[in-house]
Design a protein around this ligand. Structure first.
Ligand code: BGP
Length: 488
């Protein structure tokens, strides 16, 4: 007998995509190049090798700027959401989705990021998109920066290391609030702001090879991160001033770690991982750097250049809710060097003997989502929103159907645990599955790593009709939403 539903009335069930992985039209209507337009798809690369698809060199940037190829630069074509959003929103409305998380491509409004005024075609597109969402009673949840900053700022300003980029981001954010505020109430500032060390180029525009040492690159990333913290707080300030009842969230990759054994040293390692992971949300919720991070920076001679007033900005403009992505849990151990690993070189973990792993080596842990929800709620006492969760898999299209019972099973188990978290006193108000429609993978630029309830008929090289096809999970999720999580 399934548990009764503890999801609050009006719970926002939905899905999530990002401009750079879905829109395509990378150079249409005046849009400038973003860091996503440099991401190259490399065929036959090992599934565990994310780094070489996502990290770039100055040479790769140069090479990417010389071509308009959309075959090996799949994020330039996405799934053509830019032109097909009405069809896609109709399918999402049919599913009963109450919210859709999208991002705004900064370079569609400010091609280089340095302009004083936005280009009208970009404004017009997003007004059309948000109006269409509203018409279909789909609440927009909008990410201001989702791995798609202007490439021009990387090449001419060292990305977010330069303080001027803070002002440029604030200009961009205020334009978004001014033109889209009447349609959009829920905002996220930076997607997975903790991922600046996992892939600094796509997040803060830092090209590590430009720095003489790893230590200098680390210091540059912390400086860039500080500028993003300030920019996030200023965006929060202006959202609150410019949009009535605006709700602004931070967004964290929750990478929950367990100790391999009850050896206190293992427990300490897991605790340190979880604490370091929370640092990024701590700053945006508590409005200051936690003492453990101040100590780390001092111990490692990392001096962050702050402007007078930065501390006050952080303190005065904190977020209204905490959002996060959840895909896996990890294991830490003092003996991890001698142990079997999973997860590839993006988020590596000791293999957990109690958990299955996805086709891409991510450990599937539904109970871990419940633990994460409880951890985050107990730490921040703010409403929570899961804005990414799902399983990337190879889906087979057979006679026009996709029988993805593995995806239904994945979501059923995760929703059961979310429901129990709500029962056990966690306040959450929404959930958006990642890639509710198949889109280009962030870390591998593949179409074949599919997350959607809706199949898009395109392969890794962009061959296909791009027809949208409802998977079995489409009908299952429709029922979940209809019954507010009672029927899993
Ligand atoms: C997160 C990103 C998303 C999304 C997700 C799945 O880190 O915020 O953009 O892509 O990962 O990752 P992938 O697409 O690489 O499977």
């Amino acid at each position: 007998m399934a548990e009764k539903s503890y999801f609050p009335k009006g719970f926002l069930w939905g899905g999530a995509i990002a401009a750079n992985q879905a829109e395509g039209a990378w150079d249409k209507d005046g849009k400038g190049m973003s860091v996503a337009d440099v991401a190259m798809y490399k065929p036959n690369i090992d599934k565990s090798d994310y780094v070489s698809q996502w990290h770039v060199s100055p040479e790769q940037i140069e090479e990417a700027m010389q071509t308009d190829d959309t075959v090996y630069y799949p994020k330039r074509r996405g799934i053509d959401f830019y032109h097909r959003y009405e069809e896609d929103l109709a399918l999402m409305e049919e599913m009963g989705m109450k919210v859709l998380r999208v991002s705004i491509a900064w370079t569609r409004l400010f091609p280089t990021g340095t302009e004083e005024e936005p280009i009208q075609a970009g404004i017009d597109y997003y007004v059309r998109l948000f109006k269409e969402m509203r018409k279909r009673k789909i609440e927009p949840l909008v990410t201001l920066s989702h791995y798609e900053m202007p490439l021009y700022l990387v090449n001419h300003y060292d990305g977010w290391v330069s303080r001027e980029v803070v002002d440029m981001f604030v200009t961009y954010s205020k334009v978004c609030f001014e033109h889209f505020g009447e349609y959009v109430k829920y905002w996220l500032t930076f997607n997975e702001i903790d991922s600046v060390f996992r892939h600094p180029f796509t997040t803060v525009g830092v090209v590590e090879e430009k720095y003489a040492s790893k230590k200098e690159a680390e210091a540059a990333i912390y400086q860039a991160l500080h500028h993003q913290f300030v920019a996030s707080s200023l965006a929060t300030k202006y959202a609150h001033e410019m949009i009535e009842n605006a709700q602004v969230g931070c967004m964290l990759t929750k990478t929950l770690a367990y100790p391999l054994t009850s050896n206190p040293e293992d427990v300490l390692l897991a605790q340190r991982h979880n604490r370091d992971n929370s640092f990024y949300a701590d700053v945006q919720v508590f409005g200051e750097y936690p003492l453990f991070m101040k100590r780390y920076l001092a111990e490692n001679d990392i001096i962050i250049d702050k402007l007078a007033g930065d501390d006050e900005i952080l303190k005065q403009h904190t977020v209204d809710f905490v959002s996060f992505s959840y895909y896996m849990s990890m294991i830490k151990s003092v003996n991890e060097d001698k142990m079997e690993k999973v997860g590839g070189n993006l988020i590596t973990s000791v293999k957990n003997p109690y958990l299955d792993i996805s086709d891409w080596g991510w450990q599937v842990d539904p109970v871990g989502l419940r633990i994460s929800l409880i951890d985050l709620y107990d730490r921040y006492h703010l409403p929570l929103f899961v804005v990414e969760n799902g399983i990337g898999s190879i889906d087979e299209l057979v006679d026009g159907k996709v029988h993805d019972e593995y995806r239904i099973d994945y979501f059923r188990k995760h929703f059961e645990q979310m429901n129990l978290a709500c029962k056990e006193g966690v306040e959450m108000f929404g959930y958006t599955s990642w890639g509710c429609i198949d889109i280009v993978s962030a870390s591998t630029s593949q179409m074949s790593k599919r997350y959607g309830f809706i199949y898009v008929d395109a392969d890794d090289l962009g061959n296909g009709s791009y027809d949208r096809i409802k998977k079995d999970s489409f009908y299952w999720y429709k029922k979940v939403i209809e019954t507010n999580g009672a029927q899993l």
